[in-house]
Design a protein around this ligand. Structure first.
Ligand code: ZN
Length: 411
């Protein structure tokens, strides 16, 4: 997806403002870059990426690019490494975010007559308050329960006849199970679920959809770029529309940094076009997806990205082919008789890389046939010849947390 003139002009204007703002990280980063000379796709793609670590190094307000008197709020990402990232917002940023979020709700078919129960957390995190302001902007009745307290949650859901549930996938599943357990399904009026989460599997999706009896929508976003609400799937198809009048999105090869053609899978890189408080340019999200080049059957002109298939940090490269856990899961899911558990071993043998995919086969299945099916599906869909190995059900290690499934023994 190439930059258009409007996007390029907005970018130059925001880059200049960030570069000139005292203490902003782009002052140093763009010191030797003539912003006015960024007048083409090539010039833009020559700009360095912005990394999460740079935001962290600038703690607390190294990303601020608007005067103190214009900042009305900060949000913070949960810092897994200790130092959080602080993102300041101006009044306009907060309004823009609400506008984007309201568009997402409209894309999912919500109207002023909907009643939305908002269960993500409020506070430093961007989730709850983003869902809230977008819904108010659209004109829904909001029920800001936040997370937890299942009794109160279900009481509100039943008595106020909530029609939409905003939640993470795990919390939606928890509520679905609770509703089933208590046998109150016939008192629930939910029609839609708007789910803001990291990658969640189709099995979970199906369970939530069936048990709550709702249509599900994937909402995309990250704290560094407003928060959730910069993209969502529509009522027709699974890929998510994103709003290219507020963000410019690129897909890059996570190893080489090269911009990939539309349709190819890689890492999402985002530049903000209008953000004042904390503009970011060519920011590496480490989320993996692809631009979907085909026009959507809903008729909406906003471009689309596919569902997030994982994190680039989890990617491995074998014989020049990038492999993501999400791709492996997709291959296995479509082969009957194979469970979703797997383990990958990559080794350097006899002068070349070899990948072995160990999976679990159901008791009745023909292990040899399954091994062949897995090899052939992997070759067709991922483009790599591998070894495959069927194991009895339940023999591969499981853990509550994300289990380590890829063992790279080449280095
Ligand atoms: Zn659409």
């Amino acid at each position: 997806m190439k930059l258009n003139r409007t996007q390029l002009a907005l970018l130059r204007e925001r880059m200049q403002a960030a570069k000139n703002f005292p203490g902003n990280l782009y002052g140093k980063k763009y010191r030797d870059i003539d912003i006015d000379a960024i007048d083409s796709q090539e010039a833009f793609e020559a700009l360095p990426f912005t990394e999460k670590s740079e935001l962290r190094e600038g703690y607390p307000l190294g990303v601020q690019a608007a005067p103190e008197e214009d900042i009305v709020r900060i949000h913070s990402s949960s810092g897994t490494t200790g130092t959080p990232i602080i993102i300041p917002y101006t009044k306009q940023d907060v309004d823009d975010w609400a506008t984007l979020f309201a568009r997402c709700y409209e894309m999912a078919g919500l109207t002023k007559r909907d009643r939305i129960q908002i269960t993500p957390g409020y506070g430093l995190w961007t989730a709850g308050i983003g869902f809230q302001l977008g819904a108010e902007k659209l004109g829904c009745m909001t029920i800001p329960t936040g997370p937890g307290n299942t009794d109160k949650q279900l009481q509100m859901m039943i008595d106020l006849k909530s029609t939409v549930l905003a939640a993470t996938s795990s919390y939606a599943l928890l509520l679905a199970e609770e509703i089933k357990k208590r046998g109150v399904g016939d008192q629930i009026h939910l029609k839609k679920g708007v789910i803001g989460s990291e990658r969640w599997g189709d099995k979970m999706r199906d369970r939530i959809r069936t048990e709550l009896g709702v249509e599900l929508y994937d909402i995309y976003g990250l704290t560094e770029i407003y928060g959730p609400g910069i993209g969502i799937n529509c009522q027709k198809e699974a890929p998510m529309h994103y709003f290219d009048d507020y963000i410019y999105l690129e897909i890059i090869d996570p190893v080489t940094g090269k911009v990939l053609p539309d349709g190819e899978t890689g890492e999402i890189v985002i530049s903000t076009l209008r953000k004042q408080g904390a503009p970011l340019f060519r920011y590496r999200t480490h989320d993996l997806s692809r631009i979907v080049p085909e026009k959507c059957s809903c008729g909406c002109a906003f471009p689309r990205i596919d569902r997030i298939i994982g994190r680039s940090d989890d990617m491995v490269k074998v014989k020049g082919v990038n492999i993501y856990p999400g791709q492996i899961e997709d291959v296995l899911r479509d082969i009957p008789g194979v469970s979703s558990e797997y383990q990958v071993r990559i080794a350097h043998e006899n002068g070349r890389d070899e990948m072995t995919l160990r999976f679990e086969a159901e008791p009745e299945a023909d292990a040899f046939a399954l091994e062949q099916a897995v090899r052939s599906a992997f070759k067709t869909r991922v483009g790599l010849t591998i070894r495959s190995e069927a194991n009895p059900m339940g023999s591969l290690p499981r853990s509550e947390k994300k289990s380590k499934r890829i063992f790279d023994e080449r280095y």
